[in-house]
Design a protein around this ligand. Structure first.
Ligand code: PA5
Length: 460
């Protein structure tokens, strides 16, 4: 069976001030240590994301719930933020029709899915004002069970549902995805008799794409969840060695780590040549940033671009700007669709476009990807290539697991814990203090006591 390919030759290209096999040999022991460290935590039950593809019970329960909701409602709102939104959105946008929500039900064959994500009331109010609430249900997704942005959306929607359909109508429309035992949302599930799917206690937000967090919206959008998990499982099986040249995720982590530490290339760009993977880029940015940005001297900066669109935007910076980036180009070998181009007789005199004649749009995109790779390397900029045989559920499962495992190993290589996010928690505490949460007064007071702004620096 065809499978995902990782090619790091572009990091070993002398033209791109590349690494050499000695660098790789030099990092082998550290890579093995990162692998062993991850496996040890996994075996102790501390880290569960790599075991999610084997959790058939949750996958079944999730599919059953999605089917039930799909049989009764047209729209599913996924209320969540950060890791509780990005993974599901990445999967749905990669695998559903690009205009899924615009298709009539008979062509869509599944629910319309919305990820409001942010707690910007302007967007949320507009969304609620657009959808028919009678035909809408919602999944409130928060691992911790109390994230303010998510719970504010939940409260707003709960109030509207109760006002319009009564308590029972609200219960029919609301499902929860949260920690199996802890947190306010788990208590709410018990108190209100709501259906709730678990996020295993040892799976953190940004590593939860293959739990019910991502599987519920995926199943509701008609994604083949079994194939998604099979792809993730196949990648996990390929990554069961601490040999850097045998484990794709370890090689990816080691190449990026070496490029950062030995060549100062600390901006890591993910640039898929597929619109459907745009949201996967956003998901990767969160995964890499929140997992690895842990000390003033540790934190490669992830950046998302999309080919060919960003060839007309940030590529100039990548080719001629500071020598601080590694660009991972993601290619889909067999696109889902293609369009043949024919330049009409009357247009042939316009030499600038005549060469397009007889080609397809897919050939153009692929030529652009190859050209970008060559231009970057020629300018001394390292690249990595990931090729998916096609963009289907299996390949998407492979890609997600590759990047999650690479992040875990990179944490080991950098010597940081990739699985916490104290910086995010600090911001949450200040916001809760400002909103008057009892016990959080010190954070509000700290902000009140902060240095007053210099009026000379404020132009009103
Ligand atoms: O990766 C993480 O842990 C975070 O990005 C969380 O996903 C995000 O803060 C949302 O948290 P929660 O799922 O608890 O609402």
């Amino acid at each position: 069976m065809e499978r995902l390919t990782l090619d790091v030759n572009g990091c070993f290209d002398p033209a791109a001030e590349g690494l050499d096999r000695g660098d790789l040999a030099g990092v082998a022991a550290a890579a093995l240590g990162a692998f062993d460290g991850f496996q040890a935590r996994r075996e102790k039950g501390e880290l569960g994301f790599a075991d999610l593809p084997a959790d058939a019970a949750t996958a079944d329960a999730t599919e059953r719930l999605a089917k039930d909701l799909g049989g009764r409602f047209e729209n599913l709102l996924v209320l969540g933020i950060g890791g509780s939104s990005l993974g599901g959105r990445a999967i749905v946008s990669a695998l559903a029709h690009p205009f899924h929500n615009l298709l009539p039900r008979e062509r869509r064959g599944a629910m319309r899915i919305f990820f409001p994500d942010n707690s910007d009331p302007a967007t949320f109010e507009a969304l609620l004002g657009t959808l028919d609430l009678a035909d809408t249900c919602f999944a409130t997704v928060t691992k911790s069970g109390g994230t303010a942005e998510t719970m504010s959306q939940h409260l707003a929607l709960r109030a509207r549902c109760i006002a319009r359909f009564g308590e029972e109508g609200y219960r029919e429309r609301c499902v929860l995805v949260t920690d199996p035992a802890k947190g306010a949302l788990r208590e709410i599930a018990r108190a209100e008799g709501l259906r709730a799917l678990p996020v295993p206690a040892n799976v953190g937000g940004r590593f939860s794409a293959l739990s019910a967090v991502g599987l519920l919206p995926a199943a509701a959008a008609g994604v083949d969840v079994a194939e998604l998990l099979a792809g993730a499982s196949a990648m996990e099986a390929r990554c069961r060695t601490g040999d850097v040249l045998g484990n794709p995720a370890l090689l990816y982590a080691a190449a990026l780590h070496l490029m950062d530490r030995r060549r100062g290339r600390r901006i890591h760009v993910l640039m898929p040549y597929a619109d459907a993977l745009r949201d996967t880029g956003d998901w990767f940015v969160q995964l890499w940033a929140e997992s690895l940005g842990k000390r003033p001297d540790v934190g490669p900066t992830p950046f998302r671009a999309v080919g060919a669109t960003d060839q007309h935007s940030s590529l100039q910076l990548m080719v001629e700007g500071p020598q601080d980036k590694v660009v991972t180009l993601v290619r889909v070998a067999s696109p889902r669709a293609d369009l043949s181009l024919s330049v009409p007789e009357g247009y042939r005199r316009f030499g600038e476009i005549a060469y397009l004649d007889g080609h397809t749009m897919g050939e153009l995109l692929e030529a652009e990807r190859r050209a970008t790779d060559a231009a970057l390397r020629k300018a001394g900029r390292p690249t990595i290539s990931i090729t998916l045989p096609r963009l289907d559920a299996r390949a998407m499962g492979e890609l997600l697991m590759l990047l999650e495992l690479a992040t875990a190993y990179a944490g080991g290589l950098y010597g940081v814990n990739a699985f916490d996010q104290p910086g995010v928690e600090a911001g949450k505490r200040y916001a809760q203090g400002l909103l008057g949460r009892p016990g959080f007064e010190q954070y509000r007071d700290e902000l009140a006591g902060a240095a007053k702004p210099d009026p000379a620096l404020v132009l009103a």
